[in-house]
Design a protein around this ligand. Sequence first.
Ligand code: NAD
Length: 289
Amino acid sequence: MRIAFIGLGNMGAPMARNLVAAGHDVTGFDAQLTSVDGIALASSATDAVADAEAIITMLPNGDILRSVYAQIVPAAPAGSLFVDCTTADVDSSVAVARQAEQAGHLALDAPVSGGVAGAQAGTLTFMVGGSHAAFERAAALFDVMGQRAIACGPSGSGQAAKICNNMLLGITMAGTCEAIALADSLGLDRQAFFDVVSTSSGQCWSVNTYCPMPGIGPLSPADNDYRPGFAAELMHKDLDLSQKAAEASGTATPLGARATDLYRAFVEGTGAGKDFSAILKHIAALKRS
Ligand code: NAD
């Protein structure tokens, strides 16, 4: 397939490279990069999509997504397939899909889980919103970039699933760090903590797969001086999205709200540029009031 890939950052570049390795003809564009290993770049987003059959976007947020779609929807060949993998607010996601469909294209929201390691290994999970026809056409691309694609419902459903998943992730990471802080205060050996919790009822992805303690558990950003990985700012963005969605739908999410406050304080303090698991130090430094 001729594919335009817009947004070649931590996630987009390895996803695009996997498409190239699978034999697809990929033209990339990124607003801040003039070269990306293994990917031919166009000089603008509109040039990148000019003869594309599929257009994949992997951008920082919904506002940028809207501004990019305003350029590329009119520039794409009729009947193109738009697949947006950005984590965005549901409103922006539905709005850009509608814009693409009204111009005669197919459109999906398809945010991902699995992080940079999953993007590199081609093992992402895609949470997909949009029509059955669009999903069928994108299936071969999801197969290359991921190991699972779940059709969640109409436009915006993929984002809804992603926002709920990441609210839970923010809560479990904050909870994991809180439990470690208490274990440290009680004088418990960190390896013993990991060995018990990772095999007991407290086990979760934040403990077992992405352990925030350096030198304990499988390799994670904690073992690389908390370099992202998944940046604390992006976790805060996703938690913020969850709170906007909770407010709009009249849903009480007390733990989501607390995790949002913790991550806001963290990124405004020492957390900028760090992996989201580095909140361990922030939580351990909190004083009991
Ligand atoms: P990133 O900041 O590394 O990459 C975003 C890229 O978009 C940057 O290279 C930036 O230059 C480019 N960009 C910004 N504005 C642009 C524009 N107008 N036109 C073209 N390119 C533009 O971020 P990332 O970590 O790759 O994350 C991308 C998306 O994936 C985010 O929505 C994030 O929430 C989501 N996500 C990230 C992870 C992760 O672990 N990093 C995991 C799941 C989902």
